[in-house]
Design a protein around this ligand. Structure first.
Ligand SMILES: Nc1nc2c(ncn2[C@@H]2O[C@H](COP(=O)(O)OP(=O)(O)OP(=O)(O)O)[C@@H](O)[C@H]2O)c(=O)[nH]1
Ligand SMILES: [Zn+2]
Length: 363
């Protein structure tokens, strides 16, 4: 059926539903499950689910489970057995670390050992890709297709959908137009749109870089607070301006503006991380307490955009060795690393030090 949404489109819908608090059905040959994101959990829906005799587990990442001292028998995820009287507040308190220090969780949490964690794992990947807290209620269903149809819920073929969540969605080059910048009057903005309905990404091309030589390039990850507001907590704004200024001075360059806010966890989660940093945790610990890895970005995106723009070798403006490694893996030659040390303030000194010590950033 050509008019029906394909898998990528179904995934985009499922993400939208989870963000709104609408449950989604995951269906696989071995079993099905009803999934609700913990962050957007609706108490009425939780009650309805229980009235139907469904018994959800609260699925967390192993990172969050470690903070809560819960055993993650499934490796990267843990299935917490929900106490019968656990209401939305309890669920949210387990999922969201904001009150961990003020109200230490009454434990111990028991986690499930038996059974298959395939669908719970997919539920976490979906919540992450929806930029929600990585925590979900997952209740086994006997007849996934029947349940989805009866309640008008989105149903995903789990086996087919899982690889899509880890693949880079194809990017379409949508439009290019001239935008004279303070840093360089001869500048053009290219807009790229992923097929999976996720955020658009931009490339700012300064001058006409010679593709036969390594192009001065930067992969800049979106930072609303630093790039737009002038936040002193990071070095993003000064890095963005310094990169454009250098490209302007050299007369050519390519700045990729990747909409991977908060190292890929989204602005809401980044602000949760900032709130934890105010409680004394560093940037990496804060991500872990929330249930995320240190860095959830996918730099394959940058390589795909460079390729689309006909660039296969770069002089990369960065202090982050992971960016260099990823470009090389994706077939983009990094002829030179151009260091970018600007914007140190008394507020971000500790942040920059943590990045150097824990994330391997070069000084
Ligand atoms: N999760 C999280 N993200 C942050 C924090 N501070 C800044 N960010 C994000 O970190 C990213 C910084 O991106 P980049 O400027 O590409 O930085 P980088 O990986 O340090 O690499 P280079 O700047 O190239 O050396 C942006 O997406 C910011 O929104 C934080 O404390 N927690
Ligand atoms: Zn920043």
């Amino acid at each position: 059926m050509a008019l029906a949404p394909d898998l990528t489109e179904q995934l985009a819908r499922a993400r939208g539903d989870l963000r709104m608090g609408v449950p989604v059905v995951l269906d696989a040959p071995g079993g099905a499950a009803l999934v609700m994101a913990a962050e957007t959990l609706d108490p009425v829906r939780l009650a309805d689910l229980r009235d139907r005799g469904l018994t959800p587990d609260l699925v967390l990442t192993a990172r969050r489970a470690a903070t809560l001292r819960a055993r993650a028998y499934d490796g990267d995820v843990a299935r917490v057995i929900l106490p019968e009287d656990a209401g939305p507040d309890w669920i949210r308190a387990v999922a969201d670390p904001k009150d961990d220090l003020a109200r230490p969780i009454k434990g111990p949490l028991s986690t499930r050992r038996e059974g298959d964690a395939g669908l719970p794992r997919l539920a976490i990947a979906l919540a992450k890709s929806a930029r929600l807290l990585p925590a979900a209620l997952v209740a086994p269903l006997e007849d996934g297709a029947g349940f989805a149809a009866a309640h008008g819920l989105a149903r995903l073929d789990a086996e087919a959908a899982a690889p899509h969540l880890h693949e880079l969605s194809p990017l379409r080059h949508v439009v290019t137009a001239r935008v004279p910048l303070r840093a360089a009057e001869d500048a053009r903005l290219h807009v790229f749109r992923p097929a999976d309905g996720s955020e658009e990404h931009y490339a700012i091309e300064i001058g006409r870089p010679d593709r036969d030589a390594p192009v001065l390039a930067r992969l800049h990850s979106a930072c609303f607070t630093g790039d737009l507001l002038g936040s002193l907590k990071c070095d993003c704004g000064p890095q963005l301006n310094a990169a454009l200024a250098q490209m302007g001075a050299e007369g050519a360059g390519l700045l990729l503006y990747l909409n991977q806010e908060g190292r890929g966890i989204g602005l809401a989660n980044k602000m949760r991380a900032y709130a934890l940093q105010d409680q004394g945790f560093d940037t990496v610990e804060a991500n872990h307490r929330l249930g995320f890895e240190d860095d959830e970005r996918d730099f394959r995106l940058g390589a795909a955009m460079l390729e689309a723009l006909g660039v296969d070798k770069v002089r990369l403006l960065t202090n982050n060795p992971a960016k260099i490694a990823r470009m090389e893996e994706e077939g983009i030659a990094v002829a030179e690393r151009v260091p970018l040390r600007v914007g140190e303030t008394r507020f971000n000194h500790h942040y920059l030090k943590t990045k150097a010590e824990k994330s391997g950033h070069l000084l």
